[in-house]
Design a protein around this ligand. Structure first.
Ligand SMILES: [Zn+2]
Length: 421
């Protein structure tokens, strides 16, 4: 038998790793003390790992994650009562995690999920956080993504596209932005949720996103990232939403891409390897997707802009360091993933840690694909679509299905739009 070469050394066990620890320049603040505390807790985790394992082969706890997710799809503990208004999100987080792990969903369970999401659909269009609640863009995004992951005729048919378009018009604002729900707040998440569901289900009319790209671009600030609304601090979640929405609308080149690149790459933590959401904040596993997920979008945007210096084999962040953080610091031994050592697991962090791990493992797309899998081959996840964060085949399948159907008539279109012809 051929002898296998030893796995490459881990970055976090190299001699130079200690030099990446945070330096407070002799000025201790609340923030710097918190940062040191997190670094110490990560150091403890790494030390324990090194004591137990002779080979640097971090393992994805597939089976444990699968059992945790499978249980969640059928039954949730009382701890999830606070997420009663986010039930389509739970469906999406669990279904997407399962597809990344390449674990099929039994047909009967898939059908139950379809029927549940159908009950969350509002009579006025869009989906609510639970049956009988008001429609809201966030659960609408989650429900449409969940249904596209299921990808069955039954799943697609749950979506009332005519009513969905009415709902999107009802939350559209004259300046191009969207409110999250009728009477609710404006922020850049809503533009992404609207663009995501409208593009997947083929209901984009000529006026639906009029002015939206200019409004999103005005959310990019001096830091280079995007805030929730114009003038606010740059934030990973909002930056992902704004950038992905612009990609859908074909306007990403209007951002200052280099400033955005500098901002997002500076959010990867030197010692931890994971990402922070904002400047001076702590590492958090969920930003493994919200921040690292920006790099595929940026790579593509810069490529379209004719940048000839781009790598053809890796994204512009430390892919191995992120995998080390997720695999060594964010897994609960009993299944599920988490924010950072000491925090408890949940389905949100499970979904976005796995999504970030997938981004860090797969460079490129179908035509040009390069994998960097830390640890054994069994750690490999399925690739994810960087705009929708569902698997690319499911995006293609949904778009193919809904593009056979006509774009619905613009019943809900505001009267002012008619004057522009
Ligand atoms: Zn988080």
């Amino acid at each position: 038998m051929e002898s296998q070469s030893p796995p490459p050394p881990l970055r976090c066990f190299s001699d130079s790793h200690q030099s990446e620890l945070f330096r407070d320049d002799g000025v201790q603040t609340v923030t710097s003390a918190e940062q040191r505390k997190v670094e110490r807790s990560i150091q403890d985790v790494l030390t324990v790992y090194q004591q137990i394992h002779s080979l640097p082969q971090p393992t994805l706890l597939r089976e444990q994650h699968y059992q945790y997710l499978k249980k969640g799809l059928r039954h949730l503990s009382d701890a999830y009562e606070c997420l009663d208004a986010s039930r389509p999100w739970l469906c999406y987080w669990i279904l997407h995690s399962l597809e990344l792990l390449e674990e099929p969903v039994p047909a009967a369970v898939a059908s139950d999920v379809c029927q549940f999401l159908a009950r969350c659909q509002s009579p006025t269009g869009g989906f609510a956080g639970g049956p009988g609640q008001h429609a809201h863009l966030a659960p609408t995004y989650a429900a449409v993504n969940a249904l596209c992951i299921l990808g069955t005729e039954e799943a697609y048919n749950v979506i009332n596209r005519e009513k969905l378009l009415d709902f999107l018009y009802s939350v559209k604002q004259p300046d191009g932005s969207f409110v999250m729900h009728v009477g609710g707040e404006v922020d850049v998440r809503s533009a992404y949720c609207a663009a995501s569901v409208a593009s997947l289900t083929n209901i984009i009319t000529p006026t639906l996103f009029e002015g939206t790209h200019n409004w999103i671009i005005s959310c990019q600030n001096w830091e280079g990232g995007l805030g929730g609304v114009p003038g606010l601090e740059a934030h990973g979640g909002y930056t992902f939403c704004g950038t992905a929405a612009l990609v859908i609308l074909g306007k990403e080149h209007m951002l200052d891409l280099k400033a955005l690149l500098r901002w997002v790459t500076s959010r990867q933590m030197r010692f931890e390897g994971g990402f922070q959401g904002r400047c001076n904040k702590l590492v958090d596993g969920c930003y493994s997707f919200w921040q690292a997920g920006l790099l595929p979008l940026l790579h593509r945007a810069l490529f379209k802009d004719g940048d000839m210096t781009l790598s053809l084999s890796s994204w512009m962040f430390e892919q191995q360091a992120l995998q080390e953080y997720i695999l060594l610091c964010c897994q609960n031994p009993a299944g599920g993933l988490l924010d950072k050592p000491g925090k408890s697991r949940d389905f949100y962090h499970t979904c976005y840690c796995l999504s970030g791990l997938s981004v860090a493992q797969h460079f490129g797309n179908k035509d040009l694909h390069h994998e960097l899998i830390l640890g054994k081959e069994e750690n490999r996840l399925a690739p994810t679509h960087p705009v929708y964060n569902i698997c690319p085949e499911k995006v293609a399948q949904a778009i193919q299905y809904f593009h056979q159907l006509p774009i619905p008539a613009q019943n809900g279109e505001p009267a002012c739009a008619e004057d522009q012809s």
